[in-house]
Design a protein around this ligand. Structure first.
Ligand code: C2E
Ligand code: MG
Ligand code: MG
Length: 722
């Protein structure tokens, strides 16, 4: 069977298939399949044909008589005919006009010119006519006889008929997610789309014939309505936001644009508005607004909104010659509570504090949260500055009842700094700054309560700010150094240790005492960097002594309570390892304030330090408020009696009694006892007789530079005991 006869058979089959459903048709289907297989087999190019079939580019083959012999997917996409419908048909099926570019002409044209492009008009199954570029490739058999043609077609850009355009526009309107409403010259609604119904709740039949009053919310004034009316009357397009009303009565903001349609004579025939529901947008804008202006934890205004509200309150106060008060409120020890009880409890505490304080204040007072445990309040309608003291007392009293959170009972105290308009400052920023100066001052003294700002405070605060800046610089500029004050045994008189004491060699002011700069560093948090520097420097020095083969006693460093966090043991371990210093070469002096904080977590950290081989000494013992009995809960190996009690011995009876109690206690707990700040032999003798183990004080030596201390150890300098 030749290829042509197979395709002719296929075409026949196609025609008979019109008799759908009959026995013959089913038999023919089977026959078609066989024939198709045969056809593929004949050409022996099954793979090539499959590839061709898959191509999206239309490729058609026909025999010399113009009957279609193959039809790929691309051809089906373009014309809409399936292969079964097309194969076997004459190519004329695809022509737009009868015979204007007849098959023979084209075939001849190509036979004469080889491969070339011609522009032709073709018709799809749907009847749509389109233009296409066409090229033919001649297929020849082994004898070079023409067997058929491969037709390549590509559609040239489509142009829409006006009918198509209308159809398309209608579909765009219908499927738009913006609501569309069209009114006629009588302002009656003549068309709405699906989005209109979705947004307003009115079905099409409910809207048609109505006026746009259907959606009127009554939210706009006459002026606004006349602007919209002007647009509807053809005074240019209008765009804006309108509050509309849904069928269920709910008001909703919509973004609208209104235009009109005119006929050829310029008369307005229709007006249309396109609108979208922006209530979701509005809601998220409001959420944004809340985020920008309110503290998410407590729901109180944040600093931004506070500034804004106080700015307004000050303008009013200025006009009425009133005064206005700004309070800065800090919760004391809050970071320690947070460390101990965790973030969740801390957050809940802040929420409860803000609720209690909000209840104390009047409605017109502004309360805001501006930082971790920092709140501010503004009292705009206060008559006398003294009255703000009463309000402060109430705020402090509001914290008196303990907070009960998840089986924790937490006692809180606050410090409040007060600044007054107009005496202390004329603007929000100044008032905030000065109330902050006052609260910082109060906190530096470690006292809860309230304090009015005074200019002297500012002077001190300024000095502190300056000091802080310089101290930061000192840290990197290498202006800090360590002195070593020997500790001697009261039994042998030998040097048995030393305390590393920080010194600041200021280029302008000479040596600055740690008594001056350590409190500033504590207040600002700079103590963490300074503390790390001290540890590094002490370990570096210990290592240097080890390397030079000198046997030196252990060195004690002072730790600030702020350094005492969960990471401290790991940090210390890392420093020791970095310098290759065994843990027993280093001692840690901690202050009694840590014991007052006295929580399980502090004990836990202490135990961990001891487990790593670091001995702990309790510095300045007796100055804090921890009870002696409490002491045994802590893994402390050394007690240092503060100089304050040493000064008075042996003359002052009280000091003697205290010193005796401390020593007795220490001995019972088997702790080593060091007396600090001994300047006279009388003091030494008294404390030695009590049973003190060591002495540290000017009587033997002040703090000295590392080289000097090294010489003292090497030379075996001793304390004369008799
Ligand atoms: P502290 O730890 O109690 O140190 C003892 C202080 O007493 C030192 O003062 C020392 O020079 C002084 N002192 C010792 N013997 C006598 C004496 O016989 N008479 C008198 N009048 N004073 C004596 P310094 O060096 O001024 O240090 C003061 C405080 O600064 C220290 O008290 C300590 O709390 C703190 N400090 C010093 N270095 C550091 C440090 O590296 N880190 C931390 N966090 N604090 C440090
Ligand atoms: Mg100390
Ligand atoms: Mg001390």
């Amino acid at each position: 069977m030749s290829e042509v006869s197979v395709t002719t058979c296929l075409a026949l089959c196609q025609q008979v298939r019109e008799l759908e459903g009959t026995e013959q048709a089913r038999a023919l289907d089977a026959l078609t399949l066989k024939l198709e297989l045969l056809e593929f087999d004949q050409s022996r190019q099954i793979d090539a044909r499959r590839v061709m079939d898959q191509l999206l580019q239309p490729i058609i083959t026909m025999d010399v008589a113009g009957y279609l012999t193959s039809w790929n997917q691309g051809a089906q996409r373009l014309f809409g005919y399936t292969p079964q419908e097309a194969i076997g048909q004459h190519i004329l099926l695809l022509y737009a006009d009868d015979g204007t570019d007849g098959v023979t002409d084209i075939a001849e044209f190509f036979l004469d010119n080889g491969s070339a492009l011609v522009e032709v008009r073709r018709r799809k199954k749907s009847g749509e006519i389109f233009r296409a570029d066409l090229s033919l490739t001649v297929l020849r058999d082994g004898d070079n006889d023409v067997q058929g043609f491969v037709v390549h077609l590509s559609e040239i850009g489509k142009r829409l008929s006006s009918e198509e355009k209308l159809r398309m526009h209608a579909s765009i309107i219908e499927n738009s997610d913006q609501g569309i409403l069209i009114t006629d010259g009588d302002e009656r609604i003549v068309s709405v789309n699906a989005a209109f119904s979705r947004i307003t709740g009115y079905a099409m039949h409910e809207a048609l014939g109505q006026t746009t009053d259907l959606l009127r919310s009554g939210a706009h004034d006459a002026d606004f309505r006349s602007q919209v009316r002007a647009a509807l009357n053809g005074n240019g397009p209008w765009q804006g936001e309108i509050i509309g009303k849904r069928k269920n009565g709910e008001l909703f903001p919509q973004s609208v644009s209104i235009s009109v349609v005119r006929n050829d004579e310029g008369v307005i025939t229709h007006a249309f508005s396109i609108f979208s529901d922006i209530s979701v947008l509005r809601a998220s804008e409001e959420r944004m607004q809340r985020l920008v202006n309110y503290d998410s934890l407590t729901g109180l205004p944040n600093r931004t909104l506070f500034n804004q509200l106080v700015g307004q309150a000050l303008s009013t106060a200025r006009r009425n010659n009133d005064c206005c008060v700004v309070l800065a409120m800090d919760l004391n020890r809050f970071s320690a509570i947070k460390d101990t009880l965790g973030n969740e409890v801390a957050d809940e505490l802040l929420r409860q504090v803000s609720q209690r304080w909000r209840l104390v204040l009047r409605d017109e007072d502004v309360l805001a949260r501006v930082g971790g445990a920092e709140f501010v309040a503004a009292l705009p309608s206060i008559q006398k500055r003294e009255h703000s003291g009463i309000v402060s007392q109430k705020l402090l009293a509001a914290l008196e009842l303990p907070f009960e959170i998840e089986s924790n009972r937490v006692h809180l105290e606050a410090s409040i700094g007060i600044s007054v308009f107009p005496e202390d400052g004329a603007d929000t920023a100044t008032l905030l700054r000065f109330s902050d100066v006052a609260v910082k001052r109060l906190r530096a003294d470690g006292e809860p309560g309230f304090l009015f700002y005074s200019p002297e405070m500012n002077l001190r605060a300024k000095e502190q700010w300056q000091l802080e800046g310089e101290l930061r610089h000192a840290l990197v500029a290498g202006e800090l150094l360590l002195h070593y004050q020997p500790k001697v045994s009261l039994r042998s008189g030998r040097i048995v240790g030393a305390e590393a004491l920080i010194r600041w060699q200021h280029p302008g002011h000479g040596m600055i005492s740690p008594g001056r700069f350590i409190p500033v560093a504590e207040e600002t948090g700079l103590i963490l960097d300074i503390g790390n520097w001290v540890l590094e420097e002490a370990c570096r020095q210990i290592r240097a002594w080890m390397d030079s083969g000198i046997v030196m006693p252990p060195i004690a460093v002072n730790l600030s309570a702020r350094q005492f966090d969960r990471q401290l043991p790991a940090r210390l371990q890392a420093v020791l390892e970095r310098h290759g210093v065994p843990a027993d070469r280093l001692k840690l002096e901690i202050t009694e304030s840590l014991l007052v904080r006295g929580t399980e977590s502090v004990i836990h950290i202490m135990n961990e330090l001891v487990a790593r081989g670091l001995a702990l000494a309790m510095d300045d013992f007796g100055t804090g408020y921890s009870s002696l009995a409490n002491l045994k809960r802590f893994p402390i190996s050394t007690l240092k009696i503060d100089r304050a009690f040493v000064i008075g011995v042996p003359g002052d009876q009280n000091d003697c009694a205290i010193a005796r109690a401390i020593v007795t206690m220490g001995l019972q707990l088997r702790q080593e006892i060091v007396a600090e700040g001994i300047e006279t032999t009388e003091q030494m003798d008294f404390l030695r007789n009590l049973g003190c183990d060591q002495l540290q004080g000017f009587l033997f030596s002040p703090g000295v530079i590392a080289e000097k201390f090294e010489c003292m150890v090497r030379d075996g300098v001793r304390l004369k005991l008799d």
